[in-house]
Design a protein around this ligand. Structure first.
Ligand code: HAM
Length: 419
């Protein structure tokens, strides 16, 4: 038997209901704040992620599904949504729109990671990006919106970790200071951390190696060396979160695995998730648009994992949509009954009823059993002439009425009791 590739999964109808619920909640929360839906292609030029996400990141170094398109171009299944959205922003001249340009998405992403609970090779994210505004209100509002989405989905045991990365200049200076500290302590670092001292010293904070962790306790922290502007921006974000009653923990060791971040950076985790505890995160990325060839443009955003929300959330599957009417021909094979049943179901849907046609060749008795199982309010059994139908109201048991076929729908719409 052929199976789905490792790290992928099927969305079965029962799961699809919870996903739709998440989608409608996201649309409501983000739509109310002025965010509009965007979708970008599933694959992009590989160069977009090399430049956008960063050459030194794990994502670009080892997690991208890249392929040659047969004409010598390298394409990549998108591993994340921020770089593609910035590409679309530039390509469609969205800088001419009123600022900030507020966009949201619900899309699938691809990363060649080792699969485990909550970590897949194809997964979905809900994301929000606000492009073109630099104020701290943007950051704080985005955090509040994500907190709200996690809350309405019943995500349990959430914690918000928050920090600021400052500007690239501060970071260059800080990286040099950190690299110097790491070099001085190189003999106590894990080999993979030692190998990355020059490429990405910040990743040392991510290490799970006990000796490296010990070294990192005394490492210089970026938050202590922010430039005055950045420190003021961060203080303002924190004041807004305090006023909104959003609780957070300052965590100067927070690392998010994407190179485009500047200033505010955050991540929500959930106790309900185990090892893959990150449920959603984001930050400011004031340099990314310029990095991709545009004018310097401030921007900020987040993304949250759909599967992780559903794993950590308490929202129960919602019941399938109610069925108003099941239409069944009295005897399958009678041309008159089959055609009239087909028409009746179609007509009923046009008037707004949820109507299903009996499609499995069931006998009269098993059609009624089926109506019971799908909890149809009414069943119409269309007779062989195709001109009359027996309409039964399932809730009241035996109540039924023989009607001219044209009066079936008006009778249901009136909601009149059958006699
Ligand atoms: P990210 O932290 O890489 O950020 O991903 C966001 C969320 O996607 C994670 O918190 C997690 O819930 C989910 N996620 C990531 N990888 C996987 C996986 N392999 N399987 C299941 N879920 C996963 C970004 O992607 C940034 N683009 C967020 C952002 C938007 N920053 C600014 N704007």
């Amino acid at each position: 038997m052929i199976q789905a590739p490792k790290g992928t999964f099927d969305v079965l109808p029962a799961d699809a209901e919870r996903r739709s619920l998440l989608e409608s909640r996201a649309r409501k929360i983000l739509g109310a704040a002025g965010y509009r839906r965007i979708e970008t292609p599933v694959f992009e030029s590989t160069e977009l992620f090399q430049r956008g996400v960063g050459e030194s990141t794990d994502i670009v170094q080892k997690e991208m599904y890249s392929f040659d398109d047969g004409a010598g171009r390298s394409l990549t299944l998108r591993p994340e949504g921020t770089a593609p959205i910035c590409r679309a922003y530039l390509e469609h001249g969205m800088h001419k729109l009123p600022t900030p340009v507020k966009l949201w998405y619900l899309s699938s992403f691809f990363r060649a990671e080792a699969p485990q609970r909550g970590r897949y090779r194809q997964f979905w994210q809900v994301g929000a990006e606000a492009i073109g505004a630099a104020g701290p209100e943007v950051d704080a509002e985005l955090i509040v919106l994500l907190a709200e989405l996690l809350e309405v989905m019943g995500v349990k045991g959430t914690r918000l970790r928050l920090t600021s990365l400052g500007t690239p200049e501060t970071r260059v200076e800080y990286r040099a200071r950190l690299a110097e500290y790491l070099r001085a302590n190189a003999d106590r670092l894990a080999p993979e951390v030692r190998a990355r001292i020059e490429l990405n010293p910040m990743r040392a904070f991510d290490s799970t190696d006990p000796s490296t962790r010990e070294v990192m306790k005394d490492a210089p922290k970026l938050l202590d060396g922010l430039a005055p502007d950045d420190a003021e921006h961060f203080a303002a974000v924190r004041r807004l979160l305090d006023t909104a009653g959003v609780r957070y923990e300052l965590d100067p060791t927070l690392v998010r695995g994407l190179d485009y971040y500047t200033r505010t950076l955050w991540e929500f985790t959930s106790d309900a998730l185990g090892a893959q505890s990150g449920v959603g995160g984001g930050g400011r990325y004031d340099g990314l648009i310029e990095q991709l060839g545009g004018q310097p443009t401030p921007a900020c955003g987040w993304a949250t994992g759909v599967e992780r929300i559903l794993l950590a959330g308490s929202e129960q599957p919602i019941a399938p949509d109610p069925v108003d009417l099941l239409v069944a021909p009295a005897g399958h094979g009678s041309a008159g009954a089959d055609a009239a049943s087909f028409e009746l179901a179609r007509e009923a849907r046009r008037t707004g009823l949820a109507a299903q046609l009996e499609l499995a060749g069931r006998s009269l008795k098993s059609s009624l059993r089926h109506a019971d199982r799908i909890e149809a309010r009414y069943v119409a059994i269309v007779d062989e002439t195709g001109e009359r139908a027996n309409l039964r109201e399932m809730a009241t048991g035996e109540q039924q009425q023989d009607l001219a076929i044209a009066t079936v729908i008006p009778t249901i719409l009136r909601g009149s009791r059958l006699t």
